[in-house]
Design a protein. Structure first.
Length: 148
């Protein structure tokens, strides 16, 4: 079943993507929840026209995201955490703490757009995180987790 996404769906696609899913997933979950519409021929035509009209705005947004990505490259965040004597963190470092550290540096990002190598960081060390600024623009930052 072909559908047009009305909003971002994790691990499926971004808003306005034309994707193919299994019939049950589309009919029973995505369409009733308002995440997508069926990709009928008339819906595809309307979608193509909307994309043409929105192309100019998208270029401007993409340019801003690229500029922000250039500023973020080479950024190194140092995050402190309470640890045991063996270097294990009590709890974990997650995307919320990384988003707060970025906010302190002057970069406002949503925690949902931060991708970690694992879901959570549980040991002291150096890590890399990827920040999705636009569907085509990503920035990679270095994280250093230290003991407090």
């Amino acid at each position: 079943m072909d559908i047009i996404l009305l909003q971002d769906v994790p691990k499926l696609g971004q808003k306005d993507d034309l994707v193919q899913v299994k019939n049950g997933y589309g009919r029973n979950f995505l369409i009733p929840k308002g995440y997508a519409i069926a990709a009928t021929p008339s819906a595809k035509k309307m979608h193509a026209e909307n994309l043409k009209q929105r192309a100019h705005k998208e270029e401007k947004i993409k340019a801003q995201a690229s500029e922000l990505a250039e500023k973020m490259t080479g950024l190194k965040l140092v995050i402190g955490a309470k640890t045991s004597s063996s270097g294990k963190i009590f709890g974990s470092i997650n995307t919320i703490q990384i988003a707060e550290a970025l906010k302190e540096k002057g970069f406002e990002t949503d925690r949902k757009n931060i991708l970690l190598p694992e879901d959570q960081i549980k040991e002291i060390g150096n890590y890399k995180a990827v920040i999705k600024l636009h569907r085509e623009v990503k920035a990679e930052i270095d994280l250093e987790i230290i003991a407090e």
